[in-house]
Design a protein around this ligand. Sequence first.
Ligand code: 4AD
Ligand code: MG
Length: 465
Amino acid sequence: TTMSVAQALAGRVPEGGQVTVRGWVRTRRDSKAGLSFVSVSDGSCFAPIQVVAPDTLPNYESEVKHLTTSCAVICTGTLVKSQGQGQSYEIQASGIEVTGWVEDPLTYPMQPKQHSLEYLREFAHLRPRTNLFGAVTRIRHCLSMAVHRFFHERQFYWISTPIITTSDAEGAGQMFRVSTLDVANLPRDGKGNVDFSRDFFGKETFLTVSGQLNVEAYCLALSKVYTFGPTFRAENSNTTRHLAEFWMIEPEIAFADLNDDANLAEEFLKYLFRAVLDERGDDLAFIAERVDKTAITRLESFINAPFERIDYSDAITLLQQSGKKFDFPVEWGLDLQTEHERWLTEEHVGRPVVVMNYPEQIKAFYMRLNDDGRTVAAMDVLAPGIGEIIGGSQREERLDILDARMGQFGLDPAHYDWYRDFRRYGTVPHAGFGLGFERLVVYVCGLANIRDAIAYPRAPGTAEF
Ligand code: 4AD
Ligand code: MG
């Protein structure tokens, strides 16, 4: 019976006990007693399985004793309870077939030792073979599945929103251009005709910064919806918290206000962390040992703590009275910087914080203007150790105010005419938020740099893969 390492370690012993496991060698150790211990991993779980190879194997001297890290092998033998410490089952091999050798093991970039994360970033194509990236990859998968499960259980529908777009969903001018209107500079064929083959939209198009405006359309018909897809931002992404290409989860709910939105965000995050604790104990234990001692307790306390809700105006007062020296100024009307967010959530409250009702001039045009006329119904969820992880708002459902806000930000209403239609035909209060998926992975895995939370990070200077 061919099975995964995870199944073998779980003791799925078939009738007769004969199994085949396929994977890559982690390490090999030879004993004087004419045995070699080959640990084999196939990525199905954190642990490798130990394959005990006796010197009676026909290729023992010629092959088995030359196995090195990352050689690909197919191992057949008897699955038995292991006498060794810390491992449940092992395979007493009756055959080891080598399907791929590692040429020149001494110069192989992934040596069986702990490499620095900086070094591993230069090998985005080989780093999935390390313990850490195996663990991060499985946790990331667990989180993705939990995202869909959470929404599916609550009757949300998943909407695939476009990646190529003409409208700037955040109105912040941070879009990467796909096709240009600059016809004068387009290539021409031999007859002097403009070659539109690579600019086939015939208008200026960009990569999306957010699926929100598109998903609002579906919210205003299906009530509860979400997007989960890639988004792109041409902002200064040379930080440990920003990527030029990242994944975002954006739920949108109809007949809902900012409090409903904050409730959803809290329930959602707690659900996701619960899923990782329940399903990825093996990977979390490794992360707690190698990356961040608090990995497990941090998630547990996050789940058990009610989020604190603070008005932006009160947050400013708290920051001003903190007596703490910040690099950036703290003043009503200015946006909170990471250092301010971290002080609030880590030092002041010690729990996740939802900051609500920001000054209208520093937030996006689509956010609902509050009755005070100077704040909007916006929220940011701040997590200890990372700062902003979610940004959301109640949307401006009144057409006249939406138009005035667009005017104020210098946006062309003609560009957003389709979006204005929602306010003209059956408008309702509605709200939503965006969770940066890699920020979530960073938080769960205790990573210091967001470039280690995605397989192929896109940030200045990293696009060679
Ligand atoms: O706060 P943001 O810009 O909000 C929106 O895009 C709204 N349209 C969301 C909504 O209401 N539907 O981004 C949301 C989240 C941030 O809180 C952050 O976690 C993440 O997206 N994010 C980034 N993650 C990685 N790299 C970047 N450059 C990011 N920019 C935002
Ligand atoms: Mg934000």
